[in-house]
Unconditional design. Structure first.
Length: 365
């Protein structure tokens, strides 16, 4: 797929979401051992809010590409889909884990064998690894588990029934969150990470793709794409969410869902308005580039921005710079070569088109 055919603004939105993770973790690192004024807690929440944005983007793009494949070929090649996902996700992830393993062996970071096992098998969203440096793999676990069931549902059930299933999950998931919050209080910290309690954000993105690709239009999406709604949604994600995220059962019942709808509003507006002032920024070369390296940036920021121990204020910008440099190296020397290798093997889709499917990589803290 040529650059001209890339979906507008999505790389820029990925860049902003990745920046929210980095700034959120930097803010938490700044908090350790210090009493900061009111308002610092806003930045703290940006990381987990960025997760929601990425989940919605992922659901939309995965579904859109599967629907396009079905339209173009008459079916969905699951083997090719999983091979593309393998080349896209695992090499950079394994490279990161290999470096962490070396650091753990040298006593520089804490990560047990069990933590690595849970990270490798993508179960950290249910089984806490007990290690900061691999804890962020929970969101990758959610995505990998999503990949296991959604393509099968779309293939076996068809678009119409899959749409109904997505709607059902969007309604059932908030109810399950509330029941978990009220009756299993020990599980409250895990509500943000478990697939069955976060799948509604992914399903919202899937539903948006189904509506647009199958029907061609959607009144709900038209409403969400209105400038005033999108602006209010952006304000909610950046500011108001910090209050809702601390609202206990209210957040469990409504906050996560509202967050997802706000994310979809911003995404839909961005897709439809690439030529405006904001759209030009989102589609500018720097924003697109950060969007392209966002997966590696998500992986490596965890190693650099720990909030387990106090660090000097002056060191935090250097830590951010270290994360960015590692992300650049990972993208250039791991991700790009693997995309080229995959294109040689030709598992069903050109490598350039697959870059639209950068997985969800934002960590809730």
């Amino acid at each position: 797929m040529s650059d001209k055919k890339r979906l507008p603004s999505l790389d820029g939105l990925r860049a902003i979401s990745a920046a929210m993770v980095v700034l959120g973790h930097a803010g938490k690192a700044l908090h350790v051992g210090r009493n900061l004024p009111f308002g610092a807690g806003v930045i703290d929440v940006w990381g987990p809010v960025g997760v929601t944005v990425f989940f919605v983007i992922s659901g939309y793009l995965i579904t859109r590409l599967l629907l396009h494949e079905r339209r173009d070929t008459g079916g969905i090649n699951l083997r090719a889909f999983y091979l593309r996902r393998t080349f896209r996700i695992l090499p950079a992830y394994w490279a990161y884990l290999a470096v962490v393993a070396l650091l753990a062996a040298g006593g520089f970071v804490i990560a047990s064998t069990g933590a690595f096992a849970r990270a490798i098998f993508f179960t950290t969203n249910y089984l806490n690894p007990g290690s900061w440096v691999v804890n962020h793999s929970w969101s990758l676990s959610v995505e990998e588990q999503f990949y296991l069931f959604w393509p099968f549902m779309l293939l076996m059930l068809g678009a119409t029934t899959a749409r109904k299933a997505a709607l059902f999950l969007m309604v059932a998931t908030p109810l399950m969150r509330v029941l978990t919050f009220l009756f299993i209080p020990d599980m409250r910290p895990n509500i943000t990470s478990m697939l069955h309690l976060r799948v509604d954000a992914l399903m919202l993105g899937c539903l948006a793709a189904l509506e647009l690709e199958e029907k061609g239009s959607s009144r709900v999406l038209d409403l969400l794409a209105k400038p005033a709604i999108a602006a209010g949604s952006a304000f909610y994600l950046l500011v108001i969410s910090c209050v809702m995220r601390r609202a206990g059962v209210i957040n469990a019942g409504f906050g996560y869902s509202l967050e997802a709808f706000c994310a979809l509003s911003v995404i839909t507006w961005g897709l439809r308005n690439p030529e405006g002032a904001v759209g030009r920024v989102l589609n500018s070369a720097p924003f697109v580039h950060v969007g392209l390296i966002s997966y590696s940036l998500y992986l490596w920021q965890q190693l650099w921005l720990s909030h387990e121990t106090a660090v000097p204020v002056w060191s935090i910008p250097l830590q951010v710079a270290g994360a960015v440099l590692c992300a650049e190296a990972s993208y250039r020397w791991v991700e790009v070569p693997m995309l080229k290798l995959r294109s040689v093997l030709k598992p069903g889709r050109p490598a350039r088109q697959e870059q639209q499917l950068i997985p969800v990589r934002v960590q809730a803290t």
